[in-house]
Design a protein around this ligand. Structure first.
Ligand code: NAD
Ligand code: UDP
Length: 320
């Protein structure tokens, strides 16, 4: 198949490009390099089935493809809050442009949505039928509401135009190829621990997240994209239900790095969700999917990656 991946030079997108190429597909990676980088996909450039296009999804594009994975959007709060208007445009206009393309060429299209559609959830763990608790005027809204509108567009293009859509709600995912200055918690803690700096915990550190290793996530993506079922167009949570406080995560990272670490507590950013854990019953039933990589195993692989990377980089960690 010929497969378009928007945001293909980013953290998750570059893993997906590699996996789909390995399965024998033609892959077109489209990216504006806001948070993506050529290094993530450099090793794929020699493959004759791989193409790279510098393009912004807020502009229309005309291509002939069989499948589209729409991942273009900065995912770290630091980066999506840098230019919030652009973040909304990327999610909303990006979805309209990609759905228009899918409609024209009759491609199946997949949206990378997020657990952020649940906001600061009052239901725990979160099931797909929960409508969420999102502040529509806060600092995180550009991302959360942008992704919510994108889901709306996916459902409406499906109902109105019969576009063959898939929506995944991704819970916090980590692994090699995250930027060392990405600003998300796993990369921050690992880079800080490796550099002998204090780990920065925001708030009391008692807020929770559930962390999924990137290979597990990509497996879930491919299963969902290629699954058939009556209700397959409805959103599916993909994440690892193992839930940790940020204090617990700091200890796990210290263990994986094998160093004594100190902690500095910093103020909690606005609207930071207090708890988050996916209910993955739907993914299990529809796709036979569940995660296979534990946090300590995934952290070891990610630490090995960053240990190599930061030797050649002095990028400062980004802060909200
Ligand atoms: P990332 O920031 O590493 O990747 C995003 C990619 O999109 C980058 O390569 C960036 O340059 C590109 N991009 C941004 N705006 C663009 C635009 N206007 N036009 C073209 N390309 C653009 O983030 P990631 O973690 O790889 O996330 C990928 C997708 O998964 C995003 O849509 C994100 O919202 C979603 N997601 C990720 C997580 C996670 O934990 N990693 C959780 C929930 C949802
Ligand atoms: N966080 C932290 N220290 C950091 C970066 C983040 O304690 O250096 C916290 C943040 O406040 C949040 C959690 O870690 O409670 C996850 O943050 P991240 O930005 O990784 O993802 P999101 O909040 O979007 O789930």
């Amino acid at each position: 198949m010929r497969i378009l991946i928007t945001g293909g030079a980013g953290f998750i997108g570059s893993h997906l490009c590699e996996r789909l190429l390995n399965e024998g597909n033609e892959v077109i990676c489209l990216d504006n390099f806001f948070t993506g980088r050529k290094e993530n996909i450099f090793h794929l450039m020699d493959n004759h089935r791989f193409e790279l296009i510098r393009h912004d999804v807020t502009e229309p594009i005309f291509l002939e493809v069989d499948q589209i994975y729409n991942l273009a959007c900065p995912a770290s709060p630091v980066h999506y809050q840098y230019n919030p208007v652009k973040t909304v445009k990327t999610s909303v206009m990006g979805a309209i442009n990609m759905l228009g393309l899918a409609k024209r060429v009759k491609a199946r299209i997949f949206q990378a949505s997020t657990s952020e559609v649940y906001g600061d959830p009052e239901i725990h763990p979160q099931t797909e039928d929960y409508f969420g608790n999102v502040n529509c005027i806060g600092l995180r809204s550009c991302y959360d509401e942008g992704k919510r509108v994108a889901e709306t567009l996916f459902m409406d293009y499906h109902r109105q135009n019969n576009v063959d859509t898939r929506i995944v709600r991704i819970f916090n995912t980590y692994g090699p190829k995250m930027l060392e200055n990405d600003g998300r918690v796993v990369s921050n803690f690992i880079v800080q621990a490796l550099r002998g700096e204090d780990l920065t915990i925001y708030g009391t550190g008692e807020q929770t997240r559930s962390f999924c290793y990137v290979d597990d996530l990509v497996e879930g993506f491919i299963r969902l994209m290629n699954a058939e079922a009556d209700n397959i167009h409805l959103p599916v949570n993909i994440g690892n239900p193992g839930e940790f406080t940020m204090n617990e995560l700091a200890s796990e990272v210290a263990k994986a790095v094998g160093k004594e670490t100190k902690i500095t507590y910093l103020p909690l950013p606005q609207d930071d969700p207090k708890q988050r854990q996916p209910n993955i019953t739907r993914a299990k039933e529809l796709l036979g999917w569940s995660p296979t990589i534990s946090l300590d195993e995934g952290l070891k692989k990610t630490v090995a990656y960053f240990a190599e990377r930061i030797k050649t980089s002095d990028n400062k960690i980004a802060k909200v």
